[in-house]
Design a protein around this ligand. Sequence first.
Ligand code: SAH
Length: 213
Amino acid sequence: MKPGEKLTVCDGTGTDYQCTLTGTDGGTALCHVDARAPSRGEPSVHVTLYMALPKGDKMDFIVQKAVELGACRVVPYTAARSVSRPDAKALAKKAVRWRKIAREAAQQSGRGRVPEVADCMPFAEAVRQAGACAPALLLYESERQNSLRAALTARPFAEAALMVGPEGGFAAEEVQAACEAGLVRVSLGPRILRCETAPLAALAAVLYESGNL
Ligand code: SAH
């Protein structure tokens, strides 16, 4: 780029700056800020995805797609039926990779913030955090009454927590503990979705319902 050309600079915390390049100085670009505005790429709802640790590298895909769709935070947790049980060292390595994927997906999709990928936490802690949000929805494959749609259209919302189980689904005790913590069981319909499909379908629905798709 040459001085005089226009560019958009993002501060990574939700603000975009319309700038004019005024010069370069070695490794530094000097810009004049012409205007600033909230990033267009940030959704109006703050959605946190609580995702049970899936097998293999599936979480890489889930983090990438969740960030593209508009999730603001991804929280991996270990569920009773999680097949994958990496040790602390392997988890730390995975966390570094997931954060890199989140950063790259945020850049590629034009987000104004890089969504946080939390450290993998036990189910009990994930449920405690999710329960503090409204609505907090437990995507439960055996739910027959309450649909995700009904839960999302009940009242307007500025935030949402979505909790998805592992390949083996939720254990009955987990469903009970989640409901006691204030989560509401919801269905994504009569078809059983894979654990990587369910969070993306639910995220798309939440963003659609809140006018962000
Ligand atoms: N093994 C289970 C399915 C697990 S699917 C079985 O065969 O019954 C993995 C996760 O995706 C579930 O724990 C749930 O969180 C979500 N999920 C999949 N299909 C769903 C549906 N129709 N409604 C709600 N959640 C669903």
